[in-house]
Design a binder for this molecule. Structure first.
Ligand code: PLP
Length: 394
């Protein structure tokens, strides 16, 4: 049985979620839009799940809209409103980057420092400059980076964006929802997106949060991506994936438990300390508190294997980890391993280092012994595939 260290890509279901889904799939099948009692019961469960998720975020129930994934939620946001310009970062998830490109609106790409942070003063200057002719701006900055774990200060970004009446702020919170506290009380983003399968819930369900004040002002202008029967208050048509939504709400409640976060945090700290030697080069923030809980990204100083080779060699030794984002590994260029992580490149990390980077992402299912055996396996690979020191020119 392999040791699973790829929880940023997806997570195993909580046993409680498996049990619930099993029961629901056997017993509950009604359409929540049906008016008979089975349908009304399904509707009640749907609304309870919405309320449970809203409660975790301290949001209002009518601010949560369910959809098929965070990819869909991100696409919805980019299609929802009229705006003239996108401001985003080159380290966003592909579903944001590709949505931004698909709008054909001008995109301003924010610079990142080596740890993956945007510069808030620079952002303020850019917002001021771009707002001069009152252009409408969609600002999209993720909360936690899926590859290198950088946690942006979304409260500060929200505060800044609220100084400008022409700016909408969206934050992709896929890697942080329930792993970090997110309170959707002002100042907070106008939109957030999240996904169930990153928090031990089922695949194929996500949500989009839309702040009430934005709904009140603009809902008559909203353009929805999927039209039809008008489910989800006309925001997203299609019969809701009701059993998966109920399971999502349960997974969110379990993953939001303080003890669970603390467990991941202590595993994270233990792993991070072991990387603090000359054998490794860590990527992303140096300060653990500024990292997504459980995310580690590093290159091996004494091993010549490139990222994908390392992942495959570790797989042979029984460890599932990754070389970066699972979503970009479908792209043609990734299949031939021509390019290293686009996130590390955006942070200015030299190709000779970024091409050997790997990502470990932990969950509360892991334990300290898993981590110890990981480092033993790495030692074996270093011995088998040593990196001959390059002769430096004088
Ligand atoms: N955003 C981030 C930061 C992610 O890590 C992912 C998944 O890898 C997504 C969006 C897309 O989520 P989904 O798999 O629900 O489409």
């Amino acid at each position: 049985m392999s040791i699973y260290f790829d929880n940023a890509a997806t997570t195993p279901l909580f046993p409680e979620v498996i049990e619930l889904l099993d029961k629901l799939n056997r017993e509950s099948f009604a359409n929540p839009s049906s008016i008979h009692s089975l349908g009304r019961k399904a509707k009640k469960q749907l609304e309870k799940s919405r309320a449970d998720i809203a409660e975790i975020l301290q949001a209002k129930t009518n601010e949560i809209f369910f959809c098929s994934s965070a990819t869909e939620a991100n696409n919805m946001i980019f299609n929802l409103l009229d705006y003239d310009l996108v401001i985003t970062s080159p380290a966003e998830h592909a579903s944001v980057i590709e949505s931004a490109k698909a709008t054909t609106k001008p995109i301003h790409w924010l610079e990142l420092n080596q740890e993956g942070f945007i510069d808030l003063e620079n952002l303020e200057r850019i917002l001021q400059e771009k707002s001069q002719d009152n252009k409408k701006i969609l600002l999209s900055i993720m909360h936690g980076n899926n590859e290198i774990g950088t946690l942006q200060n979304i409260k500060a970004i929200a505060e800044l964006s609220q100084k400008f009446s022409n700016v909408f702020f969206h934050s992709d919170c896929v890697q942080t929802f329930t792993k970090h506290e997110i309170i959707l009380q002002d100042p907070c983003p106008d939109f957030i997106s999240a996904s169930a399968h990153k928090i031990h819930g089922p695949k194929g369900v996500g949500f989009l949060y839309i702040k009430n004040s934005i709904q009140e002002k603009y809902s008559h202008k909203f353009k929805t991506l999927i039209v039809g029967g008008g489910q989800e208050s006309d925001m997203r048509s299609g019969t809701e994936n009701i059993n998966a939504i109920i399971a999502f709400a349960l997974a969110a409640q379990i993953n939001n438990q303080k003890e669970r976060r603390e467990r991941v945090n202590s595993l994270h700290e233990y792993f991070f300390k072991k990387l603090n030697t000359n054998d490794f080069i860590c990527h992303g923030p140096k300060n653990l508190e500024q990292r997504v809980n459980g995310n580690l990204n590093f290159s091996l100083n004494n091993c010549k294997l490139r990222s994908e080779e390392l992942v495959l060699q570790m797989d042979l030794k029984g460890f599932a980890l990754s070389s970066g984002s699972a979503c970009t590994s479908n792209k043609a260029e990734a299949a031939f391993a021509i390019e290293s992580s686009y996130v590390l490149r955006a942070c200015g990390i030299d190709e000779s280092i970024s091409s050997r980077a790997i990502r470990v992402s932990l969950s509360s299912f892991n334990n300290f012994a898993d981590i110890d055996s990981f480092f033993l396996a790495i030692k074996e690979l270093e011995a088998k595939f040593p990196l001959k020191q390059m002769i430096k020119s004088p």
